[in-house]
Design a protein around this ligand. Sequence first.
Ligand code: BMA
Length: 318
Amino acid sequence: MKTYNKPILTRKDIPDIPGVITNAASVFNPGAVRFNDEYLLALRVQKRSRETVIMLARSKNGIDFQVDKKVIEFSGIEKVKEKIYHCYDPRLTKIDDAFYLMFAMDMDGKCSLGLAKTLNFEKFNFLGIVADGDVRNGVLFPEKINGKFMRFERPNRAALENGTVSGNSIVLSESDDLLKWTEVGVLMSGRFHYWDERIGSGPPPVKTEKGWLHIYHGIAEHFGAASIYQGGAVLLDLKNPLKIISRSMNNFIEPREIWEMAGQVPNVVFPSGMIVEEYDEKGFAKLDSHVKIYYGAADTVVGLAETTISELIEFCYD
Ligand code: BMA
């Protein structure tokens, strides 16, 4: 795996938009997708007020990004009656010819999931709040399985000592219309004492001939003051993604660079976007395909790791 010794995006790359955002505080946890001949990132950008906006960045090579001088507006979101504090951590999935952003929504007393759709990255339609209860890290599969839309999500069911509610299980849900979701079962839970005591999904699962390849984040909490966010991989059965073929015992990425260890929240790498360069004619990611993984670092900047599908599959057995 190739990693870089500097972030690919920092707050300095966020253009000022007078009256909307100036002198941005941070940029992290991007969703990623290819559209036409460009790499696109949907960025979580924080203002100095710590309010979050989502902005789009574009690149020809997947490394040098230019951030659009506007924030993404979700048309229809104004109809939601409850107060929305922040929309953040968007995951981008292409299904047929449409692109979907599933994101966390901080609301009174809970975190929910919102869903928006775009065909062209110019106009984004808010489809609705698509979760009941307290849940985050919602990630759509790129295709239906057994006739149903599928997603992973991470219900926040565990109260932590400091009062926040988090989760330690990734759950599979299914839907006929992308709006109403029914839990199918628990995929996996955190492993107490190891790197992934609490867990949540990263980028959308990728279909390979060896199974669904899924990257997730794990949080080691047994280090007193500091939780450590890392990335790991798991390989799942193609027909039944609740069936684990192999789950990595080691992480494959962890905070090591100074900008991953220090920042707004220290010791965080949070993989949230992944671009596979090559698929075969049946829609499987090619095993020797190059892969770009985009991650938030220390909740402050965006990092990039480059690898291949086969290397990631090997990590699932590591
Ligand atoms: C998680 C989410 C992420 C964040 C991470 C580290 O719970 O809130 O958005 O990057 O914590 O602070």
